[in-house]
Design a protein around this ligand. Structure first.
Ligand code: MOS
Length: 765
């Protein structure tokens, strides 16, 4: 099938690189041909099942495995009793490493959180392993103190200042600015525990071969997983291989390495056979991580002209007793508008739950729920329009260090979103807009997501039939990374997209960074471009040799397009040039390093999978994508059922590689936002510190019926600073601010201001 697209700026209205092609992996996924890690056959595999601890604190004083060992086919019961004591602790991500938590296996009998894995049963079938796991009997010595379940619990410890890790953001005199403001809102906003719930569960198949380790597991970071396993088991990185051709969603839960991967590898080493550990949905709640609870005390000031002037934002987040996981939300809120004065602080409260992680715009979702709600409250207090106030407070200069934004199209997004949505401002009085007997409310919030980028490496191979193979040890977690490689290579080499195949998801390929922080497109495209340009340069040398078809021409001015190489007014079919190369194949490795990153960051990739991350601000610029979310909610005046009949999001994220996949990602983000506002909450038992709704029967996520109309507007934007192509990330942009837009719309519909997520019908009563 051949498609043609007009992707000129005139036709699309967007600066674009590639056609709106469907996902490269789409057909293989919908036809069941995609091989997920758990499905890859490995001969002689044994199966494993976890035994979880019943309580959050205490010590496992005895394990009776006799009944489990008597189950037919059971080969091993692994626990702290027979776990090796010489495995290395892998540094956590927060301390520069690749794991989520410092709890990494059965090193000790101590319990740190409820449902902590404490034993692993290995058997010939998964049924026998699970039967064995049920029969393992634990004796737990009770702790002296009751566990702390929540940062909101009365027994919760004091919040700990973490300004040594995330510096406070201070500019101007915020107290003075607030006292001279015409309007001030002072309020506390809170967000709950939430869990990622990608469709694909964690699964690790580990196999030792000739002293090396092969692991098949879904991952957002193949190279980082390889580095973690190498460290844990004292192997050279070359002896470890991590494979997953596709990853069925991560949402941050597969960005860092979790203990189950180490447990499967250790079990395989002990039984001398491959071991597959396939977690249940329930296991995922505590084998992985979660979005931590958070609380935000805000004071926000507005002047008499309706301009936002001052922000004081104190953020407190949950972490575990074992690890500090700082998420820098106030770094972003204090830079979002043209504030005259700001103060942003961060603190942590340790609870007896497991270590939190990165989930769907980890810092931004809680922080911007607070800020964008507070701005709405100021608009109500001042009688001003929420779009106008945001427009009046927009600034092309970041207010803390006075850095220019590399590009910032917030105003265009607000205007475009308002136009498409049909924004008429809020109701004169809340609760007065009705339709078909339902209360109707409209709400708006700004969106932003910082631009991260890391060093990237890509291999490109061009054959004499003009077939192209692009390979990277990166991963496609559902966002379209395969398309990033194929479309970028086709565009740069001037060959049809159908000629290009891509290979991802194998740590033996070129090492790469984490598919987190919405950075893969911004990072990988530069490396693809570099590799392709090296291929072109090589071919230009060949073509301009004495006996070459372009003899005498200057190879430096060669260009390729439509399967031809041209220099000046002479051109030759590319295929003829490739045929002149020995063996008819050109292979090149390309790389890219963010402009302000350490040049050694490429070596970091090879050695330990770590990448210097270039984020929100550099020495010269502030960097972010921006957008605006508009929502309509309906509230049933009798049952108080809240629904979101329509949403419009307008976003600007630099040059667009593929309008179709970009739109899909932004739409997905907006739908996550509906989940964050109305559905998703992990309930924690206040006495046992135990997550109680640990399955998709009781943890609610939006389904199709919850999102009938989601419109995405992409606002054209050029950014000359970010990377060679001016591409920003979009993965986590759509969700930011959405919870506030919905809360603001619920206020408009009902007059009830809700400052705690999620918003449920009983809160509107
Ligand atoms: Mo994403 S939460 O940065 O993996």
């Amino acid at each position: 099938m051949t498609r043609t697209y007009d992707i000129s700026e005139a036709a699309t209205g967007l600066p674009m690189i590639g056609a709106p092609e469907p996902r490269y992996d789409g057909r293989m996924k919908v036809t069941g041909q995609a091989v997920y890690a758990a499905d890859a056959p490995v001969s002689g595999t044994l199966h494993a099942a976890l035994v979880l601890a019943p309580q959050a604190r205490g010590t496992v004083s005895a394990i009776d495995a006799a009944a489990a060992e008597a189950v037919p086919g059971v080969r091993l019961v692994l626990s702290h009793l027979n776990y090796p004591s010489d495995l290395e602790a892998v540094p956590t991500f927060a301390t520069g490493g690749t794991t989520q938590a410092s709890w990494q296996g059965f090193e000790s009998p101590e319990l740190h959180f409820a449902q902590q894995p404490v034993a692993l049963v290995v058997a010939d079938t998964i049924q026998n392993a699970r039967e064995g796991a049920k029969l393992v009997s634990l004796t737990v010595a009770d702790p002296a103190e009751a566990p702390v379940a929540s940062i909101f619990a009365e027994a919760a410890p004091e919040a700990r200042d973490i300004s040594d890790v995330i510096p406070n953001v201070v500019a101007g005199d915020v107290d003075a600015a607030l006292s001279s403001a015409a309007h001030v809102v002072e309020a506390r906003y809170t967000t709950p525990f939430q869990h990622h719930n990608p469709i694909e569960l964690y699964a690790t198949t580990a196999e030792w071969r000739d002293g090396g380790l092969i692991v098949q597991c879904p991952s957002q970071w193949m190279t980082g997983t390889r580095a973690a396993l190498a460290t844990k088991f004292g192997l050279a990185v070359e002896r470890v291989r991590v494979i997953a051709a596709v990853t069925g969603g991560g949402f941050g839960s597969k960005a860092t390495v979790m203990a189950h991967t180490f447990l499967a590898a250790q079990a395989a080493r002990m039984v001398g056979r491959p071991v597959k550990l396939y977690l249940s949905r329930h296991d995922m709640w505590t084998a992985g991580s979660h979005r931590p609870e958070s609380s935000h005390d805000l004071r926000v000031g507005m002047d008499a002209e309706g301009r936002l002037t001052a922000l004081d934002h104190a953020q407190v987040q949950q972490t575990s007793r074992m690890d500090d996981v700082p998420l820098p939300g106030t770094e972003m809120t204090t830079r979002m508008y043209g504030w005259n004065a700001v103060r942003g602080t961060n603190a942590l409260v340790s609870t007896d739950t497991n270590t939190p992680g990165f989930m769907r715009s980890p810092a931004e979702v809680p922080a911007f729920f607070a800020l964008e709600s507070a701005i709405d409250e100021l608009c109500v207090a001042s009688g001003r329009d929420p779009v106008e106030v945001r427009l009046a407070s927009d600034s092309m200069t970041e207010p803390v260090e006075g850095l220019p934004w590399t590009s910032r199209s917030l105003a265009e997004c607000l205007r475009r979103g308002a136009e498409v949505f049909g924004w008429e401002g809020r109701s004169e009085r809340p609760g007065t807009r009705t339709r078909d007997g339902l209360l109707i409310g409209h709400g708006v919030a700004s969106a932003m997501y910082p631009i991260y980028a890391s060093a990237a490496v890509v291999d490109v191979r061009l054959g004499s039939d003009l077939s192209v193979r692009v390979s990277a040890g990166a991963q496609d977690i559902g966002g379209g990374t395969y398309n990033v490689l194929t479309q970028m290579a086709a565009a740069t080499l001037g060959v049809p997209l159908a000629n290009v195949t891509a290979e991802l998801g194998d740590s033996d390929l070129a090492p790469n960074g984490v598919a987190g922080g919405s950075r893969q497109t911004a990072s990988l495209t530069g490396a693809v471009k570099d590799a392709c340009e090296k291929v072109i340069a090589e071919l230009a040398q060949v073509a301009t040799k004495e006996d070459g078809p372009l003899a005498g021409a200057d190879p430096a001015s060669a260009t390729v397009a439509d399967g031809k190489m041209s220099i000046g007014d002479r051109s030759v079919p590319l295929q003829e040039v490739v045929a002149l190369v020995p063996f008819g194949v050109v292979k090149m490795r390309g790389s890219w390093i963010p402009a302000s990153a350490d040049p050694k960051s490429i070596m970091d990739l090879y050695r330990r999978g770590a990448t210097s991350l270039i984020g929100f601000t550099t020495d010269t610029h502030a960097r972010s994508s921006f957008g605006a979310n508009f929502v309509e909610v309906s509230v049933d005046p009798v049952t108080f059922e809240i629904r979101v009949p329509r949403m419009v999001g307008a976003f600007a994220a630099g040059r667009i590689l593929n309008e179709m996949t970009t739109r899909s990602q932004l739409m997905g983000g907006m739908i996550w936002g509906v989940g964050s506002a109305l559905h998703e909450q992990t309930e924690v038992d206040p006495r046992a510190a135990r997550f109680v709704n640990a399955d998709l029967g009781e943890y609610f996520v939006p389904v199709n019926a919850d999102v009938p109309e989601v419109a995405v507007e992409i606002v054209p934007e050029e950014d000359p600073h970010i990377n060679p192509l001016g591409m920003k990330g979009v993965g986590e942009l759509g969700i930011t601010g959405m919870a506030a837009a919905i809360a603001n719309a619920v206020y408009d519909a009902t007059g009830v201001r809700l400052r705690d997520l999620p918003i449920r019908m009983e809160h509107v009563l």
